[in-house]
Design a protein around this ligand. Structure first.
Ligand SMILES: C[S@@+](CC[C@H](N)C(=O)[O-])C[C@H]1O[C@@H](n2cnc3c(N)ncnc32)[C@H](O)[C@@H]1O
Length: 403
């Protein structure tokens, strides 16, 4: 790859917004590509690849080129990425500190240490090693450090997996593959923009990781029943639930961010789904007006996001022990807030996109030992590891309300 100056400046500005201003990498990249329409599709792919790889391997690159936290070291990160990918380094003043020979000599030694090989903060590496043991953790972080494929969930209210697969191939020359055990998923052979695909704009499919597609079925969804998606966000799982219930259940989607629910409403229109009603939980009195006799409540709780490092590698750098403690408190409080909405005999499904037992199994143990939790019984739980599936990491538990 030959690095043009305007592209280098674009990548640096993206890195600055993500690593220094701490804005989400995915949003930063989207905006960067939008404000630079002159970049062609090859450039865009290279930019995205460099941007994510530098974020993913930040700790490793810093150890090879100098200490982190100085703004100008973003150039060191990019220089290191160029050297290790054997790209010619332009003779720019910003790369004056890059010693390619030294980087190439030090790299094979540094990768012997897992914390550098996979660029993991020391504290996170330690708690994960304690939680999973060295062997499993190494396999898991290796998988989580690999970029995600583009995976979609087919909207079976409008088409079938086979029909869409064929349409994508014949009309757009897009190759996808079916995934055994993931009945509504298709994996794209190559990443690409979906906007040009008419069927996407018309709601035939949504982007959704394959393991994420495992979660809504935990509610044992049935037409005609009443479900609450307590942490719906932009509604990936609500939409799936509507599909699984043939758009004829009652689904109430809650969130504290109106903007996310607005996005969900747009997706409902695109998917031609009418069974989802959105409710902003900041509105006073919403809990009083909301019927508390749901057949199933899904709590897709806010979490560390450790299971989705494939697509959000910046999470590694924004997560701290203090932030993790706050997240655990939020999860505990959300369980206490929404569990009463399950009717007797109904299901409470708790899920996270994390693999950490403290956010998952131990959070459920804590809930079950509370006064409210004593009314529930754990029926089943499962951790979807990335190294065993190649998809994002998730946890899911189903509790039944006994009384
Ligand atoms: C993991 S995300 C949900 C993702 C979503 N279910 C999906 O499939 O696309 C967690 C969501 O919980 C929301 N949230 C945080 N605190 C909440 C609360 N107290 N009540 C309801 N939602 C909350 C966040 O705004 C965020 O959208």
């Amino acid at each position: 790859m030959k690095l043009h100056r305007n592209i280098a400046l674009g990548i640096i500005s993206g890195l600055e917004k993500t690593l220094i201003e701490k804005r989400p990498a995915a949003d930063v990249l989207k905006k960067l590509l939008k404000i630079n329409p002159i970049w062609g599709s090859r450039d865009r792919r290279s930019i995205a690849q460099a941007f994510y790889e530098i974020i993913r391997k930040k700790k490793f690159f810093h150890a090879l080129t100098g200490p982190e936290s100085e703004a100008e070291n973003l150039w060191n990160l990019m220089g290191c990425w160029m050297v290790l990918n054997d790209f010619p380094l332009p003779e720019w003043v910003e790369f004056k500190n890059i010693d390619a020979e030294e980087i190439k000599a030090k790299a094979p030694v540094l990768v012997l240490d897992r914390k550098y090989k996979y660029s993991i903060p020391d504290w996170l590496d330690q708690i994960c090693e304690e939680a999973f043991g060295e062997e499993i953790w190494e396999k898991e972080i290796e998988s989580l450090n690999t970029p995600a494929n583009l995976i979609i969930r087919v909207n079976t209210l409008l088409t079938t997996v086979e029909k869409l697969k064929e349409k994508l191939l014949k009309k757009y020359n897009i190759i996808t593959s079916i995934v055994p055990d993931y009945p509504h998923a298709l994996v794209f052979e190559k990443k690409q923009s979906l906007q040009k695909i008419k069927e996407y704009r018309e709601g035939w499919f949504e982007v959704q990781d394959a393991n994420s597609q495992k979660i809504s079925p935990w509610l044992k969804p049935e037409s005609g029943k009443y479900y609450i998606d307590a942490c719906a966000g932009a509604g990936g799982k609500s939409l799936h639930l509507a599909d699984l219930t043939k758009d004829s259940a009652k689904i109430v989607a809650l969130d504290i961010y109106p903007a996310k629910l607005h996005e969900l409403r747009k997706r409902c229109l695109r998917n031609k789904i009418e069974s989802i009603q959105t409710v902003n939980v900041d509105v006073k009195g919403v809990f009083k007006t909301l019927k508390h006799n749901a057949d199933g409540v899904l709590i897709d709780a806010p979490c560390s996001g450790l299971g989705v490092l494939k697509r959000n590698p910046d999470t590694k750098w924004n997560l701290t022990p203090e932030r993790l403690t706050e997240i655990l408190e939020t999860q505990e409080s959300i369980l206490q807030t929404y569990a009463p909405m399950v009717k007797k005999g109904g299901n409470l499904v708790y899920a996270t996109c994390s693999i950490l037992p403290i956010e998952n199994k131990l959070q459920i143990v804590k809930f079950l030992s509370s006064k409210l939790g004593s009314k529930f019984e754990l029926e089943k739980e499962h951790t979807y590891f990335s190294h065993l599936t190649d998809f994002d990491g998730f946890y899911c538990a189903r509790l039944i309300k006994k009384m």
